[in-house]
Design a protein around this ligand. Sequence first.
Ligand code: ADP
Length: 159
Amino acid sequence: MTIALYPGSFDPVTNGHLDIITRAAAIFDQVVVGVYKTPEKNILFTPEERLNLLRQAVSHLKNVRVESYDGLTVDFCKKVGAEVMVRGLRMRSDFEREFELEIMNKKLAPNVESIFLMSRLEYQFLSSSLLKEAAKLGGDINNLVPQHVVQALKKKFKP
Ligand code: ADP
């Protein structure tokens, strides 16, 4: 059985993330979505809020579960028994950073293989940070995130 870990901040989960999760769930026996807990700059939702938004979004996918973690991602891979790490790749923004991360991860954990799924065209320019900006300024984000995330963002940015 192959378990894959899909790690990220998910602040909040977008349809771009969900597309990657759905496609990974069709390839691997089990997918663990790992919510990276450590607070970074510009984090809007608490780790628990991010976890709950994700759990609601993937509840229909029976071989997907969501957990939070801190520390090294490769250590979390070992903890959940994942041999594969899944990452999403957008055209411009992700390649160099992902390349660096993969080289570091290979040094730290040679047995964990990274797999990159290319973002679908409609989500190529969708990032959680841009989404938060759009939501803050009252933009229409209905096609970019599930409805419960639209509501959660509205609540956060309520004047
Ligand atoms: P990080 O906190 O590592 O930047 P995110 O939580 O934003 O990560 O995203 C987690 C993973 O999902 C990363 O591999 C990122 O490249 C990918 N990703 C983010 N947005 C999209 C998108 N719109 N389409 C496909 N993959 C995406």
